[in-house]
Design a protein around this ligand. Structure first.
Ligand code: AGP
Length: 612
């Protein structure tokens, strides 16, 4: 939920920290701060964005080559200057930034207050730095590193931490339990951050900290030990991320860039996995588990938000192409309902970030019950990528905009590939049907391009409905999850209330909402339920609803009856979401821009929800 960055080396770290925080703002952006060792411990922090912090630092720029920074998404205590990170202990020598939630902070705080310690903030985080200082004061000969370790052993909850100590100006301490941390290793300089975006400009040599690990960073390198003080050897990975991938590339917003990246992202996701000429499918990441997946009595999918919507598409794909029973669970519900899952089962988790706390928790619950845990993820080195038994990367490239777009389409592509592979393995998929779907899948990138070319028409539609108080999205079968996704896109970036429904369900309540003020987006691109969608359009029209149809060129009746029409190319019904979602992404984007909303950093949201 928050972004952490740290540096120890030869550069003036203020600029390194501020630039790094700007690259992490998508993770949380209600307040920001830095702590820099400059002979003293200089701390600057404030409510607001990183640019507000930068303005403060212009006034009296602390100079130093060791420092930490933080951009916050509040979990405990409102966004204000006091609750902003870094937090400094009463002794004024130790500063700390934290991503995560300390679940036993109230008990720890009460104990420390009983010992006379006073607290400045309402955060859980401040407990950690006060505890470290308390331990140092109680045991004069203990080392700082040992004090940090002892403090963390008393903490329950999740943390990604970076800590500086004025009395140890040549060290920077980092620790991880449940919140991601990446160490970047340069020439006489070491970086740490919540993900690789702040690091990639300086080095592509990275080390991923695991849960329960503590690292001491120095200018010439680093040491990693377990929380139980066992020395660990860590592999240094080579990052393939490039700097321009994390910049906007001429687009006004990351979200629009990422919408337009989808042809390339889908092509990258298919590359090396699908051969339209031979109709072959290769999912190397699943090679060792495909038989077990094909033999499973059912498939359980767990995810959150947009990833949950792609999971719903996966349900239709696996059940239709592989004849496998599928249950799609909200990850946040899964582990609290004593799920019926055991060693015969497979849990497939889906996550763009690979760090969503609820999804990781579901993954761990399934593994604890003996199930095979698979993942579809976009971030190499993420917690999900490292903790699943096997999985498939979406290769969509960094998704910076808080609203997921290319994550959804590439997740659906992977789900289609998996369903095809499992269907073949189970003998449930006739060869000619598989061939037709594979050929269509290969054509999806070009078909998305033709939809993106209609951006002006979609923008004109957005202009008409920018101030509608509500939206209703309706779809059937493969387009029902798209109705949900279209509604989520609109509400999360434009703040307009929107709901997605199975089209037939409209008659069981939502139809009462329909009047001249209600735009109803009808997603009618599949052949299988075309006639039923026409009935639904008639029902909406009869009540004065404004029908916006997402449909295909041959759906003449839909086009005749709808007030507004956006055409998408025809494709296999099971691949329809890959195309019908594109106009909805653009519609939401343009409405939000018209409303002056912060498209890339919508209020109250964060890109990766790493707390439950
Ligand atoms: C989608 O636009 C939202 N940003 C949100 O629902 C997101 O899909 C959800 O938090 C899951 O994130 P993940 O895919 O990284 O797990």
């Amino acid at each position: 939920m928050c972004g952490i960055v740290g540096y120890i080396g030869h550069r003036d770290c203020r600029d390194v920290l501020l630039k790094g925080l700007a690259r992490l703002e998508y993770r949380g952006y209600d307040s920001a701060g830095v702590a820099i060792l400059n002979g003293d411990l200089a701390v600057a922090k404030c409510a607001g964005k990183v640019r507000d912090l930068a303005a403060r630092l212009e006034v009296a720029p602390p100079r130093g080559t060791v420092g930490i920074g933080h951009t916050r998404w509040a979990t405990h205590g409102p966004p204000n200057d006091t609750n902003a990170h870094p937090h400094v202990g009463s002794g004024g020598t130790v500063a700390l930034v934290h991503n995560g939630i300390i679940e036993n902070y109230s008990a720890l705080k009460a104990t420390l207050q009983a010992k006379g310690r006073s607290f400045r903030s309402q955060t859980d985080t401040e407990v950690i730095v006060q505890l470290i200082e308390e331990i140092l004061e109680e045991s004069a000969e203990i080392s700082f590193e040992a004090a940090v370790r002892l403090a963390l052993k008393q903490v329950t909850g999740t943390y990604g931490l970076a800590i500086v100590n004025r009395q140890e100006p040549d060290r920077l301490y980092v620790a991880r339990n449940g919140s991601p941390l990446v160490i970047g290793v340069g020439a006489d300089e070491v970086f740490v951050a919540s993900d690789a975006a702040p690091i990639v400009e300086y080095t592509n040599q990275v080390v991923y900290l695991e849960d329960g690990e503590l690292a001491v960073l120095r200018r010439d390198g680093f040491e990693v030990r377990s929380i139980d003080d066992v020395p660990l050897t860590k592999e240094v990975h080579q990052l393939s991320l490039s700097l321009d991938e994390i910049e906007k590339g001429g687009f006004p917003h990351f979200m629009l860039k990422e919408i337009h990246e989808q042809p390339r992202a889908v092509a990258d996701c298919l590359r090396g996995r699908l051969d339209a000429a031979t109709h072959s499918i290769q999912l190397g990441g699943l090679a060792n588990v495909l038989d077990r997946l094909a033999a499973a009595p059912k498939l359980t999918i767990a995810a959150c938000g947009t990833s949950w919507h792609s999971g719903l598409v996966g349900e239709y794909l696996f059940e239709q192409l592989a004849r496998v029973p599928v249950e799609v669970e909200y990850a946040s519900e899964f582990r609290y309902r004593d799920p019926l899952i055991d060693g015969r089962d497979v849990l497939l988790t889906i996550s763009q970030s690979g760090e969503t706390a609820d999804t990781i928790a579901a993954l761990r619950e399934a593994k604890a019950r003996g199930a095979l845990a698979l993942g579809i993820c976009n971030v190499v080195g993420s917690t999900m990528a490292r903790e699943t038994d096997a999985g498939v990367f979406t290769h969509a490239g960094p998704e910076i905009g808080v609203a997921s777009t290319k994550a959804f389409t590439t997740q659906v592509v992977v789900l289609a590939l998996m369903a095809l592979a499992v269907g073949r393995r189970r003998g449930a998929l006739p060869p000619e049907r598989a061939a037709a779907i594979i050929e269509e899948l290969a054509a999806i990138p070009d078909k998305i391009r033709t939809i993106l070319a209609q951006d002006a028409a979609i923008r004109a539609l957005a202009d008409r409905f920018t101030y509608a108080p509500n939206f209703l999205y309706l779809g059937r079968t493969f387009n029902f999850p798209v109705a949900l996704e279209g509604a989520l896109k609109l509400k999360e970036i434009s703040y307009i209330h929107a709901e997605g429904y199975p089209a037939a369900e409209m008659k069981h309540g939502p139809i009462a909402l329909i009047d001249r003020l209600m735009p109803v987006v009808v997603i009618a691109t599949t052949r299988h339920t075309n006639d039923k969608m026409i009935s639904n359009i008639e029902e909406v029209r009869a009540r004065g609803g404004r029908v916006i149809a997402i449909t295909t060129p041959e759906q003449d009746d839909v086009k005749r009856l709808a007030e507004f029409v956006i055409e998408v190319p025809s494709t296999e019904d099971c691949l329809a979401p890959l195309l019908s979602v594109i106009p909805l992404q653009l519609l939401a984007y343009h409405v939000a821009v018209n409303r002056g909303c912060n498209v890339d950093q919508p209020r109250n949201l964060a890109k990766s929800v790493t707390v439950e």
